[in-house]
Design a protein around this ligand. Structure first.
Ligand code: F6P
Length: 344
């Protein structure tokens, strides 16, 4: 009988509860103990660990956010913090941990406990609206966030049309332009700024030329989507105010800024995010409790078995966690290269 811990960490995302539910139910179904670790790594460090029952997760898949709480935990970034976390896990005989998060923190705990001569099996599930995990086609929450963005912009277009206004819509995504770019396509935006394609110095002319030409065809409103993390050639963040100023002075159009903010992380998950959460949760349990290596030989110890569940086409693959983390970090560094305004 194994003890499996589950926690959510970093920014919440819609569909995480479906993953937690699948982890709890599949672990119990296989006859093991499952523990809910509340408030992310903060709760792991302070010992907020509770034995889960089947009923704990009943009717939770349709709820947004994380019902077990999440946090961005600075203490876990320190060796002392991770040692405390390890102690709390082992005190309850938990040697298997499933972490649903943006994947910046989890990997390091295995090194910490290995240094102390202990073994911890770790599985990661990417829960983030940003969809910035290169190895996975989708992260849990990104589909719902896109729905929120589209709904909001559809609403804005109605009022923009009445007043013949331009809306600059600021969307989240940190260093990744997935939300900005795909939303722009779906809402028929006139212009999009996203971090992977930093605008060159004459972006104001290009933008205004584009707006002007669609206005000449009779369009009464414009939508400009501005992704988070967009910087100019000097590495300075381009914000909604700057875009507004340029359009107002060059085109004499009325411009309003809408910052969608945390609404994008709110509300009930879509069908797709519920299903993705469920499938990833189920796979993570299979991964963490497997007794054989990929080649069929008995799996001894925890060495090299930290895996991340990734969606590839219709399949869930299990990829090496350290590689996935390295790739996310490299991509982030490349995107915010030279930026002084972004915490890379
Ligand atoms: O990573 C998800 C995300 O929503 C980013 O898009 C955004 O930059 C960040 O989290 C906001 O974080 P917080 O909720 O801590 O303000």
């Amino acid at each position: 009988n194994h003890g499996v811990g589950v926690l959510t960490s970093g920014g919440d995302s819609q569909g995480m509860n479906s993953a937690v539910r699948a982890v709890v139910r599949e672990t119990l179904r296989q006859g093991h103990r499952c523990y809910l670790i509340r408030e992310g790594f903060t709760g792991l460090i302070t010992g907020k660990i509770e034995l889960a029952t089947w009923a704990h997760v009943a009717r939770t898949a349709h709820i947004g956010g994380s019902i077990i709480g999440t946090s961005r935990c600075d203490e876990f970034r320190t060796s002392d913090g991770r040692k405390k976390a390890g102690k709390n896990l082992f005190a309850k005989r938990i040697f298997h941990l499933i972490v649903i998060e943006e994947l910046f923190a989890a990997g390091v705990i295995t090194e910490e406990v290995a240094n102390e001569g202990r073994e911890l099996r770790l599985a990661g599930i990417v829960g983030s609206i940003d969809n910035d995990c290169i190895e996975s086609d989708k992260s849990i929450g990104s589909d719902t966030a896109l729905h929120r963005i589209c709904e909001a912009i559809d609403g804005l277009v109605m009022t923009a049309q009445s007043h013949q206004r331009v809306f600059v819509v600021e969307v989240m995504g940190r260093h990744c332009g997935y939300l900005a770019l795909t939303a722009a396509i779906a809402v028929e935006a006139d212009y999009v700024f996203y971090p992977e394609m930093p605008p060159d110095d004459n972006w104001p002319e290009q933008l205004c030329h584009q707006l002007d030409s669609v206005r000449k065809f009779g369009k009464r409103q414009n939508v400009i989507i501005l992704g988070e993390g967009v910087v100019n050639s000097k590495g300075v963040k381009i914000d909604g105010k700057k875009v507004k100023e340029e359009v107002e002075t060059r085109l004499q159009l009325e411009v309003r800024i809408a910052t969608l903010g945390h609404l994008q992380r709110g509300g009930a998950p879509t069908f797709l995010d519920r299903l993705l959460g469920l499938r990833m949760g189920y796979e993570a349990v299979q991964e963490i409790l497997r007794t054989e290596d990929e080649d069929g030989s008995p799996l001894i110890g925890a060495k090299n078995v930290a895996k991340v569940m990734c969606l590839r086409g219709h399949n869930i693959e299990r990829n090496d966690m350290s590689r996935v983390i390295r790739q996310i970090e490299t991509a982030n560094e490349e995107t915010c290269n030279g930026s002084s305004d972004l915490a890379c």
